[in-house]
Design a protein around this ligand. Structure first.
Ligand SMILES: Nc1ncnc2c1ncn2[C@@H]1O[C@H](COP(=O)(O)OP(=O)(O)OP(=O)(O)O)[C@@H](O)[C@H]1O
Ligand SMILES: [Mg+2]
Length: 228
């Protein structure tokens, strides 16, 4: 299987009050094209930190990350931004919507920075069930609605890899099921690779592989069927 993500020896430390605090302590992982991976672990274990590094939003202290065979830790910022824009969709834990833009404008925003193959924002807003919220700003939407805008925005440029940081954490179970079905459809139809941080067993159920992280290290990996 072709690997779209390869991480080798990822180490990340933050310096707080002149003391180095290690957050990720030697992470190695490979993710294949079209694979759905769930990353689980306690609060503070380094899940969001790892996701940000794999998605090229943050740099590791040391280690290498290959996205489609390209080492993104060595790229100048403009090249990295190009790869992020073209290949990667990111649903943030705190959504990070632009407060002054409407739902549809937020969804369409990443398409201005990338040339080529894009989805229709009106179609995406319907897919996430928010056709009636098109012209609302984030402050006029519920948490779950904002989360679905963030999901639609992550899909606008047809990403090869979708990273989601608890992307269904604010949804009721019926809406969560719809979004999980959407993720499975993307994988089946387009071979999208999907990497999700989650605390939810429902999300873990659609994963081909569950990676458990604790204290910045991978503790356990289970393939579908051998867990829950
Ligand atoms: N910019 C930063 N500076 C210093 N410490 C940080 C920074 N970002 C994260 N940390 C620390 O790194 C650790 C891991 O944080 P991270 O956000 O990756 O956890 P998480 O597994 O995503 O937790 P949660 O499930 O609560 O979202 C935490 O102890 C956090 O305080
Ligand atoms: Mg987190």
């Amino acid at each position: 299987m072709e690997n779209v993500i390869e991480a080798r020896g990822i180490y990340k430390a933050y310096t707080l009050a002149n003391t180095e605090v290690p957050i990720l302590r030697g992470i190695d992982l490979s993710v294949g094209k079209g694979e759905i991976v769930a990353l689980m672990g306690p609060s503070g274990s380094g899940k969001s930190t790892l996701l940000g590094i794999l998605g090229g939003l943050d740099l590791p202290t040391s280690g290498r990350i290959l996205i489609d065979g390209i080492d993104i830790t060595k790229l100048p910022e403009n090249k990295l931004a190009e790869i992020r824009g073209k290949k990667i969709g990111f649903v943030f834990q705190a959504y990070n919507l632009v407060p002054t833009l409407t739902a549809i404008e937020n969804i369409n925003l990443p398409s201005y920075f990338v040339k080529g193959n894009k989805k229709d924002p009106s179609e995406l807003i319907e897919i996430v069930g928010l056709g009636h919220r098109k012209n609302n700003k984030p402050s006029e939407m519920s948490g779950g609605e904002q989360q679905r805008v963030a999901i639609a925005r992550a899909l606008i440029n047809n990403p090869k890899i979708l990273f989601g940081d608890e992307p269904t954490g604010n949804l009721d179970s019926k809406t969560e099921t719809k979004i999980l079905n959407l993720f499975q459809r993307l994988r089946n139809e387009f071979g999208t690779t999907i990497f999700l941080v989650t605390h939810s067993d429902e999300v873990a159920k659609i994963a081909d592989r569950i990676i458990y992280i604790r204290d910045g290290k991978i503790r356990e990996v289970s393939t579908h069927g051998s867990h829950l």
